[in-house]
Design a protein around this ligand. Sequence first.
Ligand code: SAM
Length: 268
Amino acid sequence: MPSSQLSARGAAAQYDSFADIYDIWTETAPAAQSNRRFYVEAYLAAGGPVVELGVGDGRIAVEAAARGCRVIGVDVSPVMLQRCRKRAEEAGVGDRIELLESDFRTFRIDDAAALVTLPYHSIGHLRSTRAKQEAVQRVFSQLRPGGRFIFDDFVMTPDVVARMRQVQLRAAYPSAAGTDILLWVTSRVDEKARSMEVITWEDHFTADGRPEWRRYRRLHLSWLDPEDARSLLFGAGFTIDACLGNFDGTPFSMDTAAEQIWIARKPG
Ligand SMILES: C[S@@+](CC[C@H](N)C(=O)[O-])C[C@H]1O[C@@H](n2cnc3c(N)ncnc32)[C@H](O)[C@@H]1O
């Protein structure tokens, strides 16, 4: 079996097991709120087929669909796709969202896209340079001339690395039975390999506050340095319209950026 399929299965398995806390995970992340607004506006402005790679539970795609946009969502995790379908149906926009169970590197659509996005650091789920190149080349092949590709990635400064290595209480919320759950997170960061293992665990308590059980989950991610992101885009044939350092539209600067947000265009 090709190694690309093996790593896609790994990502699918990680997200299948992460799916039931994905909501709380994104609701408690400030970046997830600002990136949603940014991407929804981009989808509405695209004026043609929009593809979201790694659509997840549809938190971006369904909002864009509710505002009139048609979105093709691609994801390798069947459980995340089920959640996306449910969210779309509950919002009454099931007919505006088409879902494809496929890998970033092999997805295929019928009509060339006006916009392909890869939001929320998801390019980092492809951990080798080769895998990232394959995905970006694939995006290029599925865009119409003049179409755009937008993705974001971490900006891993020493401060960000130090914060990620800390154990943080991410959320406190009730279970379905009304008992307490605490969601914790930390990351094992390998700066040399530009990769990390995000480790989360939930502590479940009894009604009288005694620890009852704990569940661990892991996500493997990598990140690109900005110069490597630029080379990746140029290598696939893209031109670069902009690189932003924040979802409010601030241009990228290594000193101030919270994110690297690449807006690339297929010439034509
Ligand atoms: C961080 S989530 C982002 C979900 C959504 N775009 C959002 O912003 O909330 C990453 C998603 O990418 C999917 N994914 C990871 N690797 C993938 C791959 N190689 N091909 C397709 N989907 C993949 C995961 O299953 C997961 O749903």
